[in-house]
Design a protein around this ligand. Structure first.
Ligand code: GDP
Ligand code: MG
Length: 177
């Protein structure tokens, strides 16, 4: 954030959702701190982290919210979604059920979030190639049908994490500007 002395043009609230243990908190710390924590505890009480970036010569502060271990279906409250302009909906490419639940998370977003929310579907743990159980094509098809953007990422090695966030923030910018 210290790189930007100029004033912030926009603050975009982004929520990170998806089943437990898919890597939501790690994706967030990879994007905001460029860190991966090998012995991280499950999320407790942390509300949001920020990173300020420049998109189309605007200074944008991304305020990214992490669920405080409320990943059980319907446990995330509507306050969490309030004001969110974007959502990172994360599943684990090695755990099929986490992908099968993505449709429910989309329903949650449609029920609680703003209609214009931009949704990025994320297949995380792409580094675990030998353990993959969700083919990329399945996710591509789902994303196309639902009008979601889609990336596969690895919070572990950092692949595509910045790319996914930048794409999401750019699309939000297109919606609000
Ligand atoms: P959350 O419950 O969705 O917030 O998941 P966490 O971020 O706490 O991660 C759950 C587990 O998956 C932890 O043991 C992480 O170290 C691991 N993990 C997260 N992202 C990746 C990844 O991209 N690759 C691999 N191999 N492991 C990951
Ligand atoms: Mg977490």
């Amino acid at each position: 954030d210290h790189l930007f002395n100029e004033k912030i043009d926009y603050v975009f609230k982004v929520v990170v959702i998806g089943d437990s243990a898919v890597g939501k908190s790690q994706i967030l710390s990879r994007f905001t701190k460029n860190e991966f924590c090998f012995d991280s505890k499950s999320t407790i009480g942390v509300e949001f982290q920020t990173r300020t970036v420049s998109i189309k010569s605007k200074v944008i502060k991304a305020q990214i919210w992490d669920t405080a271990g409320q990943e059980r279906y319907r446990a995330v409250t509507s306050a969490y979604y309030r004001g969110a302009l974007g959502a990172m909906l994360v599943y684990d490419i090695t755990k099929r059920p986490t992908f099968d639940h993505v449709a429910r998370w989309v329903e949650e977003l449609r029920a609680h979030a703003d209609n214009s929310i931009v949704i990025m579907l994320i297949g995380n743990k792409a580094d675990l190639v030998d353990l993959r159980t969700v083919p990329t094509e399945d996710a591509v098809e789902f994303a196309e049908n639902q009008g979601l953007f889609f990336f596969e990422t690895s919070a572990l090695n950092g692949d595509n994490v910045d790319a996914a966030f930048f794409k999401l923030l750019e699309e939000i910018y297109n919606v609000v500007s």
